[in-house]
Design a protein around this ligand. Structure first.
Ligand code: BG6
Length: 312
C-alpha cells in the first residue's frame, strides 16, 4: 500500500518555499497536475519540472527549444500511480519483481513521495536540486533493506540526472535501476538511434531471444529491448523535429529502448491510442546481469546527461 497520506500531509508548500525557493522565481514549490506537489524551474536559460512523487522529472526545456521530454495526455496524476512520461525512476528492480510478480512493476521508487533536500542556483541560469527517498516501513513492505536514494538533478542547457544509492544497512543488497526517459519525437517511424551498433540485446517482444543490433536502431513495430553491456552514448536523430538529442551516461551497463507501437498502446489505459508515434524511451539502466551489489556504507551512482541540438 502506498502511503498517500504521507504525500498529502508532508507537503506544506509555504514552509517548503521558505526553505528551498530560489530568487527571481528560479525555483518554486507548487502543485502540478492532479494537485500533486512539484518543483518548477524557470530561469532565462531553462524551464523544468520535478514531481515529489518519484523525484520524477516531467519537463526540461532549454530556452529556445521545443519540449524534449514527453508525457502522455492520458497519464494518471494521482498519488501512488505511476506518471506516464518524463523520467520515471525504476528501483530497486526493473520490470516485474523476479521473486514476486504481485509487487509493483519497476519497483516502488516511482510510487512514493520523496523529500526535497537541497536547491542551488548555478551560473548561466542553471538550477540544481536534490531529492531523497529513505527506507521506511512503507518501503520495507516491498523490500527489506535500509537505504537512502538520492536523485541529483541539474537543469541547464543540459539535463544532468544522477541517481545515487547508499546502503545504510548492515548487509549487502543487490539493485536494478533505470532512468526511464521518454522523449518527444516527430515520428517514431522516422527516428534513428546511434550507439547500440553491434551490441547484444534481449528482445522482449520475441521470447527474450538474444540478438545483435545491426546498424542504427529504428522502429517498425513494437520494440522492447534490453541492450546488455551497452555503455556508449546514444544519439536520437529526429528528421521531423530537425534535432538530435544526445544521451550520455556513466556507470550504466544496460540501455533499454522501448516503443509500444499500435496494439500495446491501445492496451495501456494511461497511454493514448495514437501517442506511440510521438514518443520513444531510451533508458539509462543497470538490469539483469548488470544488477549492482552495494555493500554496507557504500554508494553507487548512475548518471544521465541529455543535450539537444538543432539540425538542418
Ligand atoms: C520498459 C519495459 O522499460 O517500460 C517495458 O522494457 C514496459 O516492458 C515499459 O512495458 C513501460 O512500463 P510501465 O510499467 O511504466 O508501463
Amino acid at each position: 500500500m502506498v502511503n498517500t497520506l504521507l504525500l498529502e500531509t508532508a507537503m506544506d508548500l509555504a514552509a517548503l518555499n521558505a526553505k528551498f525557493a530560489l530568487p527571481h522565481n528560479a525555483l518554486t514549490i507548487t502543485t502540478g497536475n492532479g494537485g500533486l506537489p512539484c518543483v518548477d524551474v524557470n530561469t532565462p536559460a531553462v524551464s523544468g519540472r520535478v514531481y515529489f512523487q518519484g523525484a520524477h522529472v516531467t519537463a526540461w526545456k532549454p530556452k529556445g527549444t521545443a519540449d524534449v521530454l514527453w508525457t502522455s495526455a492520458k497519464s494518471n496524476w494521482e498519488a501512488g500511480k505511476p506518471i506516464r512520461g518524463g523520467v520515471p525512476l525504476c528501483f530497486p528492480w526493473f520490470g516485474p519483481n523476479a521473486a514476486d510478480a504481485t509487487l509493483p512493476l519497476h519497483g516502488f521508487a516511482r510510487l512514493l513521495p520523496w523529500e526535497l533536500e537541497a536547491t542551488r542556483a548555478g551560473d548561466a541560469g542553471k538550477v540544481a536540486l536534490v531529492m531523497v527517498l529513505r527506507s521506511s516501513p512503507a518501503t520495507k513492505t516491498w523490500w527489506p533493506h535500509d537505504f537512502e536514494l538520492r536523485h541529483r538533478i541539474t537543469f541547464g542547457d543540459q539535463l544532468i540526472m544522477k541517481l545515487e544509492v547508499l546502503n545504510t544497512g548492515s548487509a549487502p543488497f543487490e539493485i536494478e535501476e533505470a532512468q526511464h526517459t521518454y522523449f518527444t519525437i516527430g515520428d517514431a517511424r522516422q527516428v534513428q538511434i546511434t550507439g547500440c551498433e553491434d551490441v547484444e540485446y534481449v528482445d522482449k517482444v520475441d521470447n527474450k531471444k538474444i540478438k545483435t543490433q545491426e546498424g542504427l536502431v529504428t522502429f517498425s513495430g513494437e520494440t522492447d529491448r534490453v541492450y546488455t553491456d551497452a555503455r556508449a552514448s546514444n544519439i536520437l536523430i529526429d528528421p521531423v523535429l530537425k534535432r538530435r538529442i544526445t544521451i550520455q551516461k556513466t556507470d550504466s551497463r544496460s540501455t533499454v529502448i522501448w516503443n509500444p507501437w499500435i496494439n500495446k498502446s491501445k492496451a495501456m489505459p494511461d497511454f493514448g491510442d495514437d501517442e506511440w508515434t510521438g514518443m520513444c524511451c531510451i533508458e539509462t539502466a543497470n538490469v539483469a546481469d548488470a544488477a549492482v551489489t552495494v555493500n554496507p556504507g557504500q554508494t553507487h551512482q548512475m548518471r544521465t546527461i541529455l543535450s539537444v541540438d538543432p539540425t538542418d
